[in-house]
Design a protein around this ligand. Structure first.
Ligand SMILES: CC(C)(COP(=O)([O-])OP(=O)([O-])OC[C@H]1O[C@@H](n2cnc3c(N)ncnc32)[C@H](O)[C@@H]1OP(=O)([O-])[O-])[C@@H](O)C(=O)NCCC(=O)NCCSC(=O)C[C@@](C)(O)CC(=O)[O-]
Ligand SMILES: NC(=O)C1=CN([C@@H]2O[C@H](COP(=O)(O)OP(=O)(O)OC[C@H]3O[C@@H](n4cnc5c(N)ncnc54)[C@H](O)[C@@H]3O)[C@@H](O)[C@H]2O)C=CC1
Length: 404
């Protein structure tokens, strides 16, 4: 019997696609035996460039942070923002004493008081089941911390389990515990819709704070414009989405480089941005004591172990560079990069426009796109920098002139 597609080797899967020899060879050159084990129907690795945010001061320590991202100018901007924040003493991190993931057992067609009573009278069993299901997390000082019932509508309830997953992101840990807990609620069987973690990481709300002198951003006028731009994003969702996209340029790049689940981080962040029923920017910039003062609070669940982190050397190498000793430390670092990223973008917009800095960096990618060889890129970029209008056709034209 013919093998199913997922039973084939990566090379056999590629053969199905009838690719040109050149494309086939490139995909094969980017294969990794390790990564072939991690996802399904694996054909090749998709490489994303990784660069470094060199030195951001976080809680009085200088940290180097690798960032994996395809977009030019993001890493330059992160370095720029970090330099500005460092000039004010760096970023300070604040977080709850004990961070935790939340898991839900979802009920419908049930009375709040009946369910509440059940949970109250079964506390001991509930904690016992968690302990028996995941002893490894208890060994590390984690485990079930609290249970809470939320009434969602007249007949919809969520029993929320707050679980400390220590240095793991914890999705699997939480789901395993929840599914075991669900069996205790067997008398409500026909009312249970499912048992699953929530990615809304409200028990992992982390805040970062930084101050920047007026001088560092180019004067009081620019600082005031940064504050006004940020206030605009509190009132206008169109602008808020763009500002948050810029924030996630930094956050997403570190989350990806550390092998963490960026969909979880983004979903949680965007939900928090609309917690008052109106989507707004996540950072908050004000002027305090004659300085620009920035704050960012975000519910963020990431890990330094577990998931695929421990199975992917790329991620382990990045965590080695960052030197994060715990998932909590990593949370602070990721948010600090976000704050720096946001500051650089707002400063660029307030001070002459985003295109000046962004396009200078984008020209390198444009040069590659029009076929420039690595040794031709610097000259082509410097020629493009002198032009008022640049597009693909103009870049190609100049490259051809250079080659004459
Ligand atoms: C692009 C810059 C940094 C130029 O910045 P600049 O001030 O024109 O140039 P500079 O040469 O004076 O550089 C200032 C600092 O930037 C860093 N820097 C400068 N060049 C490099 C480089 N090659 N590699 C690494 N780091 C670099 C570096 O820290 C440097 O300090 P130095 O070390 O020289 O003392 C600035 O204009 C900037 O920060 N722009 C923001 C760019 C940005 O946010 N890009 C993301 C794409 S746009 C977007 O997606 C989101 C957005 C913007 O729409 C969000 C929003 O609307 O809020
Ligand atoms: N909705 C979502 O976000 C979902 C995400 N996932 C995926 O789940 C994965 C993450 O699940 P996890 O439970 O984190 O991974 P996991 O299943 O690998 O669990 C973590 C493991 O690490 C061990 N460990 C070693 N040292 C530890 C320490 N210091 N602290 C804590 N644990 C330690 C634990 O005992 C545990 O066995 C990610 O790949 C994520 O993408 C899975 C389901 C749903």
């Amino acid at each position: 019997m013919a093998k199913k597609y997922y039973e084939l080797t990566p090379d056999e899967r590629l053969a199905f696609l009838n690719l040109s020899d050149h494309v086939n060879a490139e995909l094969q050159a980017n294969q990794s035996d390790n990564n072939a084990q991690i996802i399904e129907n694996y054909i090749s690795d998709f490489r994303v460039p990784m660069g470094l945010l060199k030195d951001i001061i976080i809680d009085a320590h200088s940290v180097n942070v690798p960032m994996a991202i395809e977009e030019p100018s993001v890493i330059a901007a992160a370095n720029n923002g970090a330099k500005l924040l460092n000039s004010g003493g760096g970023v300070v991190v604040k977080m709850p004493e004990r961070t935790a993931m939340i898991g839900q057992i979802l009920f419908h067609g049930v009375n709040f008081h009946t369910l509440n009573q059940f949970v109250k009278t079964h506390q001991e069993e509930i904690f016992d089941i968690a302990k028996r299901t995941k002893p490894s997390i208890y060994k590390r000082g984690g485990g079930l911390v609290a249970i809470n019932i939320r009434q969602i509508s007249d007949d919809e309830m969520s029993v929320d389990f707050k679980i400390d997953t220590k240095d793991a992101m914890g999705a699997n840990i939480v789901n395993t515990i929840l599914e075991a807990e669900a069996s205790l609620f067997s008398e409500f069987d026909k009312h249970i819709l499912g048992a699953i973690l929530t990615n809304y990481a409200m028990a992992q709300l982390v805040t970062v704070i930084g101050n920047v002198t007026f001088e560092a951003v180019g004067g009081r006028e620019i600082a005031e414009k940064i504050v006004a731009l940020n206030r605009f994003s509190k009132n206008d969702s169109y602008r808020a989405v763009t500002e948050n996209k810029g924030l996630f340029n930094g956050i997403g790049a570190v989350v990806l480089a550390t092998g963490n689940d960026w969909r979880a981080v983004e979903a949680s962040g965007h939900a928090y941005a609309s917690q008052n029923g109106h989507y707004r920017s996540l950072t908050h910039w004000t002027i305090i004591d004659e300085q620009l003062h920035g704050e960012l609070t975000l519910p963020i669940s990431v890990g330094t172990v577990g998931g695929v982190i421990s199975a992917m050397n790329q991620a382990k190498n990045v965590l080695d560079i960052i030197h994060a000793k715990s998932a909590d430390e990593l949370r602070g670092i990721i948010l600090a990069v976000g704050l720096a990223q946001n500051l650089a973008a707002l400063k660029a917009i307030a001070d002459g426009g985003i295109q000046r800095g962004h396009m200078r960096m984008q020209y390198r990618a444009l040069a590659v796109q029009v076929g420039a060889l690595p040794q031709e890129v610097p000259m082509l970029v410097s020629k493009l920098n002198t032009l008022a209008q640049v597009d693909e056709a103009r870049a190609t034209e100049i490259l051809m002139e250079m080659r004459k």
